[in-house]
Design a protein around this ligand. Structure first.
Ligand SMILES: C[S@@+](CC[C@H](N)C(=O)[O-])C[C@H]1O[C@@H](n2cnc3c(N)ncnc32)[C@H](O)[C@@H]1O
Length: 249
């Protein structure tokens, strides 16, 4: 375990910079499905791969939009956890620009859904997530925080606390072999206990090595792949998929 934690603390260099692609403020309406476009500033890769928008993030946003009324958003959360307080707690892992968490925040705000959304990533991306949260006027909904995979979970995210997490979101977090055990540990920690949160992940298949992650994760979770949605063909042509992880009890 100590090795895992040491590895995690040294992680900062493991999110390699990617070539600058679409740098700037991108307006996102997801094909006109939301009235007020999300505004996301991309940093062009200066803080690792999280500083740009990825197809998997857009797919997860579209899934949230498709379930965006208050009942729909609530129905995404684990049934047993829907009544624990006035707020639903959503945690996004590897949030990057903040795109998915910010989309969840916008949907919560426009649909009168009481939610606290923790958009988490490595320290270097907090400033970008904070500025994107402000750009969209969602400071009361979206809370950017550091969460390094593999490190012990902050108490407030743990099962059995009033702020426990109802819904975990992770877009394009399976891409770096060295980080697979870290991500696996965090997913296991977040879903320990009797009433685990729903876990929704989107993923772009890039390398055969990613199979290793799914082989590991299948020991603890059932993987339910979503295929029945409008733009399935569009995303599968980009080798980008959406699934839910259900922890074996
Ligand atoms: C490919 S990007 C995806 C960003 C965003 N979710 C999206 O879809 O646009 C992967 C994200 O995972 C984060 N990440 C990678 N390894 C991590 C780790 N060990 N702990 C925390 N975040 C990590 C990176 O910093 C990056 O923001």
């Amino acid at each position: 375990m100590a090795d895992l934690v040491n590895f995690a603390t040294q992680f900062a260099d493991l999110a390699p910079a990617r070539p600058i692609e679409h740098l700037g403020d991108t307006d996102l309406t997801f094909g006109g499905r939301i009235d007020f476009p999300l505004k996301i500033h991309e940093d062009g890769g200066e803080n690792g791969c999280g500083g740009k928008i990825w197809a998997a993030g857009q797919l997860l946003c579209e899934h949230l939009i498709d379930n965006s009324d208050a009942n729909g958003l609530l129905s995404l959360c684990s049934e047993k956890l829907q009544t624990h307080g006035s707020f639903t707690n959503i945690l996004e892992l590897g949030s990057g620009t903040g795109l998915v968490g910010i989309c969840a925040g916008l949907l919560a705000k426009t649909n009168g859904f009481k939610a606290k959304i923790y958009a988490t990533d490595i320290e270097k991306l907090i400033e970008l997530m904070n500025s994107n949260t402000k750009l969209n006027g969602l400071e009361k909904y979206v809370f950017p925080e550091i969460l390094m995979w593999g490190e012990p979970l902050a108490e407030k995210y743990q099962a059995g606390t009033p702020s426990r997490i109802d819904l975990v979101l992770a877009a394009d977090c399976v891409y770096l072999e060295d980080a697979f055990p870290l991500l696996e540990k965090t997913l296991l920690d977040l879903t320990s206990g009797d009433s685990p949160p729903t876990v929704l992940m989107s993923y772009t298949k890039r390398r055969k090595a990613n199979k290793v992650f799914f082989r590991r994760i299948r020991k603890h979770f059932q993987i339910i792949t979503f295929t029945d949605f409008d733009r399935y063909e569009h995303y599968s042509s980009k080798r980008t998929y959406l699934f839910q992880l259900v922890r074996f009890q």
